[in-house]
Design a protein around this ligand. Structure first.
Ligand code: SF4
Length: 263
């Protein structure tokens, strides 16, 4: 089948992003995720089905089916900015690996037209799926949320074994631009011990050079209301800058990686 005709379901395309990989990038948000992280700032990404969300009092349809060709046409518009900044296409979500054929075709198509590729993902899929897309992926921004399987399950709905195994395999595959990202969430993983554990694991992965701490924020809170859902982290207060800097220091002392706050 012609890869350009492969269809997938997305809920947004954002141009001119500077926080999701190197340089200026276009972010394509895919619909569907197998986790249900309590802090998720894109709750409209979780369900694969097309939904209606109230936004500023008006109903908004979330999700549309598109072809790879349509998406790449949009992505190509900013080629001049990518060339100057080292940017390109970033797939986000949701979890791109939940739509493996579409993800592979998009990454393949992007490389075909000379555009750099990145993917934000937590690696929760059969490794065969990941292996199939790695040849077309320049940067893997891999979330590692917790080292403890029970705590991981309590806050995301799934245990972490598969994701940690996949992280090891991705690192072993020779993927050189593998960045480990930790969403830092109070009551979940925002202690020195928990951050140190993840930093040590990241350090053990061959080829990883960078570790990013992504502090919890409440920007997605209104979306829960818009979807008729209650916000699961209502009682959680974002961390003070001083505290997150202390955790950054812990991360730096626990590994040899280049550590930073933000992505
Ligand atoms: S993995 Fe990401 S998209 Fe999926 S539920 Fe968690 S935070 Fe949301």
């Amino acid at each position: 089948m012609d890869y350009k005709k492969v269809t997938g379901r997305i809920f947004d395309i954002q141009r001119f992003s500077i926080h999701d990989g190197v340089g200026i990038r276009t972010i394509v948000f895919l619909k569907g995720c197998v986790l249900r992280c309590k802090w998720c700032c894109n709750p409209e990404s979780q369900e694969y089905k097309i939904e209606t969300m109230m936004v500023q009092g008006k109903p908004k349809i979330i999700g549309r089916d598109v072809t790879v060709e349509e998406v790449l046409k949009e992505v190509e518009k900013d080629r001049a900015y990518y060339n100057r900044s080292g940017g390109g296409l970033t797939l986000s979500g949701g979890e791109s690996l939940c739509q493996p054929e579409f993800t592979k075709a998009l990454l393949y198509g992007s490389k075909e037209i000379g555009i750099n590729t990145a993917m934000e993902s937590m690696g929760c899929a059969d490794y065969k799926v990941i292996e199939g897309i790695l040849p077309y992926l320049d940067n893997y921004l891999l979330d590692i949320k917790h080292m403890n399987p029970d705590k991981h399950k309590a806050f995301t709905g799934r245990s972490n074994e598969l994701m940690l195994e996949n992280a090891k395999k991705i690192a072993k595959s020779g993927m050189t631009n593998l960045v480990i990202r930790i969403p830092v969430i109070p009551t979940f993983n925002a202690t020195s011990e928990e951050i140190a554990d993840i930093a040590k694991f990241a350090n053990s992965l061959q080829g990883v050079k960078k570790l990013h701490l992504l502090p919890y924020h409440r920007l997605g809170q209104d979306k829960y209301e818009g979807l008729g859902r209650s916000y699961p982290m209502d009682h959680i207060v974002p961390m003070e800058q001083e505290y997150i800097e202390m955790l950054l220091d812990v991360a730096k002392k626990s590994c040899d990686l280049e550590c930073q706050i933000g992505g």
